[in-house]
Write a protein that binds this ligand. Structure first.
Ligand code: CMC
Length: 391
């Protein structure tokens, strides 16, 4: 932590610590998620990520995050019914999609769409904890439809309907690619489901923190989620999954991967899908999604993306001692599924909406306004010169 203080600063750094990028700063309490590089690993409300990825479904994880416990079979059924009932896009949202400039990035469309969903929510004026949970479930149901509609409108293609007999991941795969029903689609949906479980929550990452800062003014849930979407979009955060796919396409073949990494590092280029602010010794989620990406490559009989990925991983380990993060092998899996690349980060939203909403609810349940200080680095006080006397 730095302790620098400019002469003119009014902040006494003997009593305030300063850490660029808030690195290592504990900015609040949360019972939602433990991110531990040690034995505990990554826990969602106490449950280990490997157990959740191996044995649960994204629906169960969403329920766990929003309601605080794993659902009973009856609760799971009732949740599925709610999701079906809430899977509707209000008319103003469809009208908005009709006027979105062609070629807009779906993350931009979603950010603005989130504001409209906030205005059209039937409980827009109710900021009670109970209403926030209902709004969260509504968003969980609406976002897949929204991103599919944004993509279809942009292409001038007819909308695809959601199917109430399909799981969340199966629906998502169908809405985004048209695939459902056969063994290959089932295998893809399973991998998509795992990626959604892994993406759901990660304590005070930038977008969640942004949601919590917004929520700490006691504003509405949709405002906090709009902040989070804008924050997730950046390539250093959620935008990395799309950037990784772009990188794989640029590399083109496994034979070119090692050289590509060497040359990129030599030109000081950042390799997308590597590094993490907190996880400096590797990301347990990466090993899980890597395993699934390998299986999917076998099933699809297409090894190109997976082999490019493993070659890049080895080259990064040799050159920088760096490990892939969750976005790296996820991009390889999404490429195999044939999901349009600009929908990778919106897919992250489909999942992280659960963590964001749970954090907003938690923040507002025992709120303290977030208002940190800045270390002033500008000039000392100086005299104002009227406009007509300035040269
Ligand atoms: N490729 C090459 N070098 C890197 C990378 C990378 N991806 N990431 C960090 N470094 C180097 C960096 O150049 C610096 O080297 P040096 O000390 O020689 O100047 C050193 O590692 C430390 O970098 P840093 O920027 O101080 O580390 P950070 O903790 O601030 O960065 C990060 C975290 C995620 C912003 C960064 O690793 C990065 O830009 N990664 C690529 C984008 C990415 O994959 N983002 C997804 C993050 S994880 C999931 C999520 O949050 O969505």
């Amino acid at each position: 932590m730095g302790t620098a203080m400019s002469e003119s600063s009014t902040l006494d750094t003997r009593h305030h610590s300063y850490s660029p990028g808030l690195e290592g700063v504990i900015a609040g309490e949360s019972a939602l998620c433990l991110v531990d590089e040690g034995e505990a690993g990554l826990l969602y409300r106490g449950y280990g990520i490997a157990d959740l990825a191996d044995h649960s479904t994204f629906e169960e994880v969403a329920y766990l995050l929003l309601f605080g416990h794993l659902p009973t079979p009856q609760e799971m059924k009732a949740f599925a019914v709610q999701m079906t009932e809430q899977s509707l896009l209000p008319r103003p949202v469809e009208a908005f999609l009709d006027v979105v400039p062609k070629g807009s990035h779906p993350m931009d469309v979603l950010r603005t769409g989130m504001s409209i969903l906030g205005m059209t929510d039937p409980e827009a004026g109710d900021n009670s904890a109970e209403a926030k949970v209902r709004k969260s479930v509504r968003l969980l149901a609406q976002i897949p439809l929204f991103i599919s509609a944004a993509d279809r409108f942009d292409r001038g293609d007819p909308l695809r309907p959601r199917h109430s007999d399909l799981s969340f991941a199966e629906n998502l795969l169908y809405l985004l690619t048209g695939q459902k029903g056969d063994d290959r689609a089932k295998a893809m949906a399973r991998v998509l489901d795992v990626s959604l479980i892994l993406y759901a929550e990660h304590e005070f990452n930038a977008s969640t923190f942004s949601a919590r800062v917004t929520a700490s003014t006691m504003t509405d849930l949709h405002s906090a989620i709009t902040s989070a979407i804008g924050t997730l979009k950046g390539p250093l955060h959620g935008g990395a999954n799309e950037a990784v796919a772009q990188m794989f396409l640029e590399i083109g073949s496994p034979a070119k991967a090692e050289r590509w990494v060497r040359e990129s590092l030599a030109s000081k280029r950042r390799i997308m899908g590597f590094g993490h602010r907190v996880l400096k010794n590797g990301d347990a989620r990466s090993a899980i999604i890597q395993r699934h990406a390998a299986t999917l490559s076998q099933i699809c009989g297409d090894h190109r993306w997976y082999e490019i990925a493993t070659t890049v991983e080895q080259a990064m380990r040799d050159a920088k001692g760096m490990y892939p993060n969750l976005d790296f092998y996820t991009a390889a899996a999404y490429l195999l599924m044939g999901i349009p690349r600009t929908l990778y980060t919106p897919l992250f939203v489909c999942s992280r909406i659960t963590g964001w909403c749970a954090h907003v609810i938690e923040q507002q349940s025992h709120n303290r306004l977030m208002r940190p200080r800045a270390l002033y680095t500008g000039p000392s006080k100086r005299a104002y010169v009227p406009l007509d006397r300035r040269t």
